[in-house]
Design a protein around this ligand. Structure first.
Ligand code: ADP
Ligand code: ZN
Length: 600
């Protein structure tokens, strides 16, 4: 049985009408004293799974979270809901720590956020022994795993919780889908008997789009101008230098853009990240150093100017878009040059051979995603072990059928060129041979005498690049970084080379790619109600500035959209909007109602 007050609290405190996904089952399980392992993708609503039980049950809920920088925001957001929450971490003064500890001892706190390294100190253990604790929530539980990318040694010590507090329910949460990580969480946190709640990892509101890189800056500019002129977004680049150059260029084009990479001072990084959270229309250009703990819910696009090194990285980075569940875009431009660069980085790294092989396989999977003619989401989810029978309808290949052509002959010609030239040359050289260019190097090597010299003049250089890319993505051809990107044949290419197997290829052309429709909800709004939208955003920004909190902590975009859609005229109607609980109604209802009234 669900706790009798669960639904009532969901509505009055959080302002949500109903539970999402597994939330209800998880909350019921925790309230009955069970342990739980919760795997949900970003934005599925993990935090409610421990916040609500902490309100329903007697005592304080302890939340272990690795990100000190985020605690302040998380706690501010709870205060906005009228929840007694606090945090303990190294940013507090001694006096602030005292105040919080006293409040805890008096039983005045419902939710306490704490960093793992602090939790295991003798003092905190003493403090906890004095408290009535209703649950432990271990957020970002994948940090306990060596296998994952965010390993934190402090997390290993969390195993003491099950020994010291055997009767307190524990709930571990993560957005990492990988089965190996899951097993490690269970082992290291002694969650063997915990009930597992595993959700689909799909992010249906994110629209995936991968285009062929041509003039990537211009392509990016056109994407942002047409689809996200006033939105916040993240642009990922591979190198620090490119980050800086791209930022400067976007600023020149009239956008508010800031950069973020590991080469900047700590202060500047903090400052830029803070600005990004605080403002509504801002672009951050970053290396992959940026991301952990970016909880900004209204990131409307994530653009990659360079190829991510694996599907895991791509999924994690694009996953920072659309946390509020509203339509968002994941946009990537990629070319053969990216593949070379990543392979070069890998080849020159100090990692052992086995590790390199794994990384190469991951890059190949990423390439296959780029070159697929099928639904991208299906491929992504299948990669993570989730079988999905139907195409999604919300990725570029679904929205616009990919034109294909019979590339068997071209493939045969490309493969023989590689072979005839001794498997010692890269794409540019091979294309020159196929096109019959009179190049000094070709003459010196005598390759102008080969039968395949000039055999490929029916295709343009651009089309040949596409052919080579697809041969590489399908594993028929291997790019050898020890030989400066020289191409050689893989045994699997034989049937194609001999003409025994036909090969259907993607047709890459410039025009078709940009026609993908804009994400619907935003489009409609931009046309009809943009003035009200701007007025609501201004009101939200003013309220946020008064309290020095990010705007989305007042209301997220979804609530603003509902204001436009439903045009509430009374407090009662306002209370029905998603995200409006009793406290926010009292604090902000009238302010927003009067803005809406001006437009009705
Ligand atoms: P996660 O931690 O899984 O990334 P959050 O807990 O931040 O996700 O929640 C994601 C979004 O979903 C937030 O905007 C939150 O307000 C919203 N949300 C959570 N639960 C519900 C619900 N039951 N109904 C409506 N919105 C919800
Ligand atoms: Zn699709």
């Amino acid at each position: 049985m669900l706790h009798p007050e669960a639904l009532q609290t969901l509505r009055s405190v959080f302002g949500y009408e109903a539970f999402k996904g597994h939330q209800e089952a998880i909350i019921q399980h925790i309230c009955q004293g069970g342990d739980a392992l919760v795997l949900m993708p970003t934005a599925a609503g993990k935090s409610l799974c421990y916040q609500l039980p902490a309100l329903l049950l007697e005592g304080v809920g302890i939340v272990i979270s690795p990100l000190i920088a985020l605690m302040q925001d998380q706690v501010s957001a709870l205060h906005q809901l009228g929840i007694n929450a606090a945090f303990l971490n190294s940013t507090l003064t001694l006096e602030q720590v005292q105040t919080t500890e006293n409040a805890l001892l008096k039983g005045e706190i419902d939710l306490l956020y704490i960093a793992p390294e602090r939790l295991v100190t003798a003092h905190t253990q003493w403090l906890l022994s004095q408290l009535k604790i209703c649950l432990f929530a271990i957020d970002e539980a994948h940090c306990v795993s060596h296998w994952g990318h965010d390993f934190r040694a402090d997390y290993l010590q969390l195993s003491i919780l099950s020994q010291r507090f055997p009767n307190v329910p524990r709930i571990a949460l993560t957005a990492t889908a990988d089965p190996r990580t899951r097993d490690e969480i269970i082992n290291r946190l002694s969650l063997g008997s915990a009930k597992q709640f595993i959700s689909s990892f799909d992010r249906p509101n994110i629209r995936y789009r991968i285009i062929e890189k041509q003039q990537s800056r211009q392509q990016l500019l056109s994407f942002i101008k047409h689809e996200h002129p006033k939105d916040s977004g993240i642009v990922y680049c591979l190198s620090r230098r490119k980050v800086e150059e791209t930022t400067a260029w976007l600023v020149q084009q009239g956008f508010k853009a800031l950069c973020y990479h590991a080469g900047l001072s700590h202060e500047l990084r903090q400052h830029n990240q803070h600005q990004f959270l605080m403002e509504d229309s801002i672009i951050i250009v970053a290396t992959i150093a940026f991301g952990m703990g970016i909880d900004k819910p209204n990131v409307r696009f994530v653009a990659h100017l360079d190829l991510p090194k694996s599907i895991e990285a791509y999924y994690q980075e694009t996953g920072r878009a659309g946390r509020d569940g509203l339509p968002a875009n994941a946009w990537l431009s990629y070319g053969l040059h990216d593949v070379m660069t990543l392979k070069q980085i890998l080849a020159s790294s100090n990692a052992d051979e086995q590790h390199k092989r794994i990384e190469l396989a991951k890059l190949d999977a990423m390439l296959a995603l780029c070159e697929t003619v099928h639904c991208r989401r299906q491929l992504l989810l299948n990669y993570f072990g989730e079988q999905r029978e139907q195409a999604c309808g919300n990725c570029d290949t679904c929205l616009q059928e990919v034109a294909t052509w019979d590339g068997s002959l071209a493939a045969q010609q490309a493969l023989s060129a590689i072979y005839r030239c001794g498997q010692r040359f890269g794409v540019i050289y091979l294309i020159a041979v196929l096109l019959g260019k009179t190049d000094e190097r070709i003459q010196q090597n005598g390759h102008h005498l080969l039968t395949i010299f000039g055999i490929g003049q029916k295709l343009s250089e651009h089309q040949w690049r596409s052919v080579f890319r697809q041969l590489i993505a399908r594993g028929l051809v291997v790019m050898d970084m020890e030989r400066h990107g020289a191409l050689r044949l893989d045994v699997s290419c034989r049937p194609v080379l001999r003409g025994e197997q036909s090969l259907i290829l993607r047709q890459d052309n410039k025009a078709s790619k940009n026609k993908v429709q804009r994400t619907q909800k935003l489009q409609n709004l931009a046309d009809q109600d943009s003035e009200l939208w701007e007025a609501l955003r201004t009101k939200r920004r003013q309220l946020a500035e008064q309290q020095d909190v990010p705007p989305y902590i007042i209301f997220n975009d979804l609530t603003l959209y509902e204001m436009i859609e439903k045009r509430p005229t009374s407090s009662r109607q306002f209370a029905n909007l998603t995200g409006v609980g009793e406290r926010k109604l009292a604090l902000y209802g009238d302010e927003f109602l009067s803005v809406i009234a001006d437009f009705t």
